[in-house]
Ligand binder design. Structure first.
Ligand SMILES: Cc1cc2nc3c(=O)[nH]c(=O)nc-3n(C[C@H](O)[C@H](O)[C@H](O)COP(=O)(O)O)c2cc1C
Length: 122
């Protein structure tokens, strides 16, 4: 599934975690199930590998806003207000609620490890 959208501001926790993300607002009609995906992201014609998340961020927020977030591999820079294309490839795991920011950080490290392995097979 592919979605294009304008990057909106997150709450900057991603940067603190070491996994900055570009956030796109999606509502409950967005037809991907909540969870983590292998992703490919297009930024101004350049393609990046990455890992995507769809859900309500139960570990960190009480905003109850569903988002599509993507952490791009090998990209550093500000994507705020820019148009990006996100292609969701393999579904990797369900969304879950972590007990701490530390637990979330470890899970994201594990996600990156698993997703990097999957991308090597492609
Ligand atoms: C690969 C990936 C997996 C994620 N998995 C979860 C998760 O299981 N539970 C959760 O509450 N948030 C998850 N998140 C969202 C993080 O909580 C979020 O990226 C972080 O809080 C930063 O949000 P911000 O960009 O609004 O600062 C995930 C994000 C990514 C990129």
């Amino acid at each position: 599934m592919k979605v294009c959208g304008t990057v909106i501001g997150g709450n900057k926790i991603g940067r603190m975690l070491g996994f900055p993300t570009a956030n796109i607002a999606v509502d409950e009609t967005f037809a991907a199930r909540d969870g983590v995906y292998v992703a490919r992201v297009t930024v101004e014609g350049v393609l990046y590998d990455g890992m995507a998340y769809v859900g309500y961020k139960p570990s960190v927020s009480n905003a109850h806003r569903r988002v599509l977030e993507v952490n791009l591999f090998g990209f550093s820079g500000d994507l705020y207000d820019r148009e990006i294309g996100v292609e969701l490839l393999d579904f990797v795991r369900e969304d879950c609620r972590m007990d701490s920011i530390e637990a979330l950080r470890s899970q994201l490290q594990e996600d990156r490890r698993v997703i990097t392995e999957i991308l090597k097979q492609k």
